[in-house]
Design a protein around this ligand. Structure first.
Ligand code: PNW
Length: 497
């Protein structure tokens, strides 16, 4: 499974850790207005899975029903125990020195079944206290409304394959705006619709475990975009004037470099970008699916005998409803890929990869030189930022995730190299290309439940001891490095405040 492989890229690269090439590090400083932050997500850190009235989410259900869905057979029942340790977490964020904290609200704490009539005051109070606690320490909350933990009741009724989930998401969002809106000025609707759909409805690696890589993923994309747009319009129609915040979608993307100078590879790289970034950015920033997706999936669907395209066509009203629903561009970026063209696959089982018609690094059918990919690793940040800036003209970009997995060691030099390289490349985009990157929330504030990888992959700049009842937190070397960066707005040791 390529997506699975892709997400494991960090680990594969880690195996080559000793030979990670050092990029030339920018010694200039970030603009004064730049906002430094760190990110987490509810199911990955909170625990307290059934406390104070919380309902079951599809991740609770998925991991409880079959422990084998995670590599270590563990789940998020306790995770980092942030549900109880939130005051300590706020102190850690303060100590780190960042001004922005990106976290997600758990839908089932607010609406345990996903429906309005299940309203749970205790869940609302938890988040109100939390954002007030952040603000008291001068930390700006950046709130994600959905980071993969759909109410299980809604999942059983079709979840992200059912158009009405978009309306349920709107109702839930309204409650969050009403209660947190006086304190929160930076929102994102859905985190990574692509990865949600690909892993949850395509490979089946994530909840809800559906494996329909040629069909369900496209319907999932439609419903997630409708949900995003519904929340966006509710915010702008009912709250923005008074509350004055910004709201957007968060899209994850790779920077796609052609493997060779050939025209076919150049086309393949652009096709790859349209099938992963454009799939979600085009409807929001331009209107409708990318034409290449409409054409290719439409053609293959016809040949496969479908009565209509597996990529559900939008109505004219839907196109208008989704188009323009952005106040900034939320971008999650972990890696660059090298892309090559492949011949047209035979008609058979419907499949996203055949629809796309490309091969990417670490795909099972393609073995690029690992070294060439490694050599390019941080440069994709600048390339991707420029691509987003020029194609979607968002006005402002937040890099809402970017990070590196290790085994959890405190002396995590490979993570420092990674962050330094990517941030340096980002600084080039800001200073040399004029791309307006307003802020950066690194993934992740602390080690946490890494979905299907369980606790085997550690993305935190702060370590969490999952063997201690106290879930003891310890700054890694990378957290100390980041602390210095956040203080100096600069990436090299010589910088002073
Ligand atoms: C993110 N890629 O997804 C998720 O938002 C986080 O919840 C998760 O913990 C983190 O990844 C680490 O896996 C990704 O294209 C989406 O390389 C795409 C990519 C990587 C991560």
């Amino acid at each position: 499974m390529k997506v699975l492989i892709l997400i494991s890229v960090c680990l594969i690269v880690e195996a080559f850790g000793a030979s990670l090439p050092k990029a030339e590090i920018n010694n200039r400083t970030f603009p004064e207005s730049f906002r430094w932050g760190a990110a987490t997500a509810a199911y990955q850190i909170e625990g307290g899975w059934n406390e104070d009235g919380k309902g079951e989410s599809m991740w609770d259900h998925f991991t409880h029903a079959n422990p084998n869905v995670t590599d270590d057979k563990l789940n998020g029942d306790v995770a980092c125990d942030s549900y109880h340790k939130w005051r300590e977490d706020i102190q850690l964020i303060k100590e780190l020195g960042v001004s922005l904290y990106r976290f997600s609200v758990s839908w089932t704490r607010i609406l345990p079944t996903g429906y309005l009539d299940s309203y749970n005051q205790a869940g609302v109070d938890y988040y109100v206290n939390f954002v007030k606690g952040l603000l008291d320490e001068g930390i700006t909350p950046m709130v994600t409304l959905y980071h993969w933990d759909l109410p299980q009741v809604l999942n059983e009724q079709g979840g992200w394959l059912n158009d009405s989930t978009a309306d349920r998401f709107g109702e839930y969002s309204r409650i969050v705006f009403e209660n947190l809106g006086p304190f929160v000025k930076l929102w994102s609707t859905v985190n990574e619709p692509k990865t949600t759909c690909m892993l949850g409805y395509g490979s089946g690696e994530n909840a809800p475990g559906i494996k329909q890589i040629g069909t369900a993923i496209y319907q999932c994309a439609r419903v997630q975009l409708l949900a995003h747009a519904t929340a966006y319009h509710i915010y702008h129609n009912e709250f923005a004037a008074e509350q004055g915040g910004q709201i957007s979608l968060v899209i994850d993307a790779t920077f796609n470099e052609p493997d060779t100078d050939s025209e076919a590879d150049a086309e393949a790289a652009e096709r790859e970008t349209q099938f992963n970034l454009g799939w979600y950015a085009n409807p929001v920033y331009v209107g409708d699916w990318p034409q290449i997706m409409i054409d290719r999936i439409g053609n293959r669907s016809t040949q496969e005998g479908f009565s209509e395209s597996r990529l559900p066509a939008w109505s004219a009203e839907e196109i208008e409803f989704v188009k323009g629903t952005h106040d900034y561009f939320g971008l999650n970026m972990y890696t660059a890929l090298r892309v090559s063209a492949v011949g047209e696959a035979e008609i058979g089982e419907p499949n996203y990869y055949n629809d796309k018609g490309t091969a990417v690094a670490f795909g099972s059918d393609w073995t690029p030189s690992v070294a060439s990919w490694l050599a390019s690793y941080p440069y994709g940040m600048r390339g991707l930022l420029n691509y987003v800036w020029n194609h979607y003209k968002p006005g402002e970009i937040y890099v809402t995730e970017n990070g590196w997995a290790t085994d959890g060691e405190i002396n995590d030099q490979s993570r420092i190299d990674y962050l330094q390289g990517y941030l340096s490349n980002m600084l080039d985009a800001i200073l040399d290309d004029g791309v307006n990157v307003a802020g950066y929330t690194t993934w992740s504030l602390m080690d946490n439940f890494e979905w299907a990888r369980g606790y085997t992959q550690k993305y935190g700049i702060i370590s969490v001891d999952f063997n201690s009842r106290n879930r003891t937190r310890t700054f890694k070397e990378s957290a100390k490095w980041y602390q210095h960066t956040v203080r100096t707005y600069c990436l090299v040791d010589e910088c002073v405040e």
